[in-house]
Design a protein. Structure first.
Length: 365
């Protein structure tokens, strides 16, 4: 039977989250013979995702006497007896292929030597049998009608469809939790989007220079948009994106993303200002100006300059802290984290923007 849709999921060291995602993908209100799921493992050395996929193969093939594999130099056999997995080679498996007319096909592909999710997703869609490629992330939970509603939006001429993302917040959200809700306002991000395979082939897929999980999906969206192809919105194609507890200082690590913002700006300057950031982060520049003025005053023995610079820096920093604390947890630990990280974020943010400017050779304020 013909496979219409291929769901591509790139995963990296998150087997517990991937388990939830797979459960949602295999309970779709969609003809099971009409779609397949490809899991691209961006860290195959651990074997966690590979074993999880093998377990799902066992669940999906309880009545099969064996599993078939696509032959490569790295493939060893997996044998089941009465539905039980009894032998799994410890060598890397290139691709696990389920053969069944009553369940969606499931593939596992290790992404050896890749440079992030852009490259992993390219591996996935290029191995796809479906004419429509549905992307979601390993930390997402698609609703049961996700595939059906996404595919139904592909009327004649439409090459891409963006779905809806819901980010349920805890009762007492942190600053990081609130930042995650920005996904709800995003378009055509790989947590929930669909493209015709033909358009991915035409534009070359994801730009693998985006080596982190950031802006590679926006770049693809902008590239297709500039070709003036028809794109659609499917409000009923919903995925949940639960917020995860982040380690202390996650907001500091997030600043590195500005490095890839510079690449996106270089490729699509007009669309960047329209969809991503309407203006440079002047607040950060002004905070650094106040800090530099205070430092210069101390260095050159100008107490008035130092006092004015410190006052300017302090006023803007306090304003920044208050803004970040709005509608967030008042737990003492969270407040302390906000205060301390707010002292560093402007410096890191501008550092990564300047580094992106130099690396990608683009003036990116």
């Amino acid at each position: 039977m013909t496979i219409l849709v291929t769901v591509v999921v790139s995963t990296f060291r998150r087997p517990q989250l991937l388990e939830q995602c797979l459960e949602a993908l295999f309970t779709q209100n969609f003809p099971p013979h009409a779609y397949e799921v490809i899991i691209v493992d961006d860290d195959p050395q651990t074997g966690e995702a590979r074993f999880l996929v093998a377990e799902w193969q066992q669940r999906l093939n309880e009545n099969l006497s064996f599993l078939n594999f696509q032959k490569t130099s790295e493939v060893w056999s997996v044998v089941t007896v009465s539905g039980r997995l009894v032998d799994l080679a410890i060598e890397p498996i290139h691709q696990i292929i389920q053969v069944s007319a009553t369940a969606p096909r499931l593939k596992y592909i290790p992404a050896h030597h890749t440079q992030g999710p852009a490259a992993a997703r390219n591996i996935g869609w290029r191995a796809a049998a479906g004419q429509i490629i549905a992307f979601t992330d390993d930390d997402c939970i698609p609703k049961p009608d996700w595939l059906a509603n996404g595919v139904s939006a592909f009327v004649e001429g439409v090459v891409g469809v963006s779905g809806r993302i819901l980010v349920p917040l805890p009762p007492d959200p942190t600053d990081n939790d609130l930042n995650a809700t920005g996904l709800e306002r995003s378009e055509f991000i790989t947590a929930n989007c669909f493209y015709r395979r033909s358009i991915l082939q035409e534009v070359g897929g994801f730009d693998e220079r985006f080596a982190a999980a950031w802006r590679e999906d926006s770049d693809l969206f902008f590239t297709i948009r500039k070709h003036n192809y028809a794109l659609a919105w499917a409000a009923g194609a919903i995925v949940l994106h639960p917020v995860r507890k982040e380690a202390w200082g996650a907001s500091l690590r997030q600043q590195r993303k500005a490095f890839y913002n510079a690449l996106l700006y270089k490729k699509h300057p007009d669309l960047y200002w329209r969809y991503i950031q309407p203006a440079p982060p002047w607040q950060y520049y002004l905070i650094l100006f106040g800090f530099s003025l205070a430092a210069a005053g101390l260095l050159f023995g100008q107490p008035f300059m130092a006092a004015a610079g410190f006052a300017f820096w302090a006023a803007l920093t306090v304003r920044f802290i208050i803004k970040r604390l709005e509608h967030t947890s008042r737990a003492p630990g969270h407040i302390l984290e906000i205060v301390l990280t707010s002292l560093i974020i402007p410096i890191l943010a501008i550092y990564w923007r300047l580094r992106g400017t130099l690396h990608w050779r683009v003036l990116f304020l």
